[in-house]
Write a protein that binds this ligand. Sequence first.
Ligand SMILES: Cc1cc2nc3c(=O)[nH]c(=O)nc-3n(C[C@H](O)[C@H](O)[C@H](O)COP(=O)(O)OP(=O)(O)OC[C@H]3O[C@@H](n4cnc5c(N)ncnc54)[C@H](O)[C@@H]3O)c2cc1C
Length: 288
Amino acid sequence: MSYIIASDLNQALQILRDSKGQARVIAGATDLFLQTLPAELVDLAELYETTQLEESGGLLSIGSAVTHASAARSLLIRSKAAALAEACAMIGSPQVRNIGTIGGNVANAAPAADAAVALVALGAKAVITDIEGQTREEAVEELYAGYNRSVIDSSSEIIGRLVFKPCAAGEGSAFMRFAPRRALALPLVNVAARIRVSGRRIEAVRMVAAPVKPAPTRLFETEALLQEIIPGHEIWAKVEEAAASEVEVRGSILRCSGQYRRHLVGTLAERVLKEAYQRACASDGGET
Ligand SMILES: Cc1cc2nc3c(=O)[nH]c(=O)nc-3n(C[C@H](O)[C@H](O)[C@H](O)COP(=O)(O)OP(=O)(O)OC[C@H]3O[C@@H](n4cnc5c(N)ncnc54)[C@H](O)[C@@H]3O)c2cc1C
């Protein structure tokens, strides 16, 4: 087996091109090392393009090889994309967070991947370059081809970065999950939301839950309940009910029943939306 630490994106793409499908991108390896390894591995951890985390041109740009630990402690992400910082802070354990990456979390396409769920709520797109040198942007939720299957072919395509509009004044986001333990446990349910307010009135909301379908799933009916209103006690109760009834959840013998998971979606949806709303109102200068 050969292991090459690429020095720039072009070199990484060249290696993939020359290997004709025999090489694969590797980042933190926390998912990849559990699978059958290919003949060649191309490491992205030292590329300038995949390790930068910045705000420019009105967008937050997060290199695909940024680790969960870096994202969780980044002041930029904590202040302008709190949902992502919260998601990254809950992944695995300190060891996993120190090496696992945001791009790997997205490309691995697990239905309840924590960082991916937060990114969908934030409206993130992946910037993908293929071995022909073509670059395209795709919404993170569009990258799922099925359970644990990505549309990204990591032997010929590289996610360079994830981009989205940072939360501005009057916007807030939040992420919560429920898992059997506080560390080293995959979530039974995770939920994320992004809200924009004007005064205390909700102008826009994105709400996502997983694992509901192969990809992190928008809860459109729940979102619709909150459009253009100033939410009060009654609405939050309706949100819990709407979120629980709009999802079609599967149970599993190993993890929990579908009924329990549905209950968790409702409970977490209400909590996450309230938190995101409070943050949005606070950043708008309003009271909650
Ligand atoms: C003990 C343990 C606990 C875990 N707990 C959680 C958890 O709580 N929540 C959670 O969401 N995940 C969890 N994970 C899963 C894992 O840590 C994450 O999915 C991680 O983010 C994957 O990133 P990586 O850098 O390790 O990817 P890798 O394993 O290196 O790669 C994963 C896949 O993505 C491809 N890939 C990686 N980067 C790119 C890129 N830039 N472009 C194209 N393809 C790419 C690889 O070829 C491979 O197919 C856990 C894993 C372990 C081992």
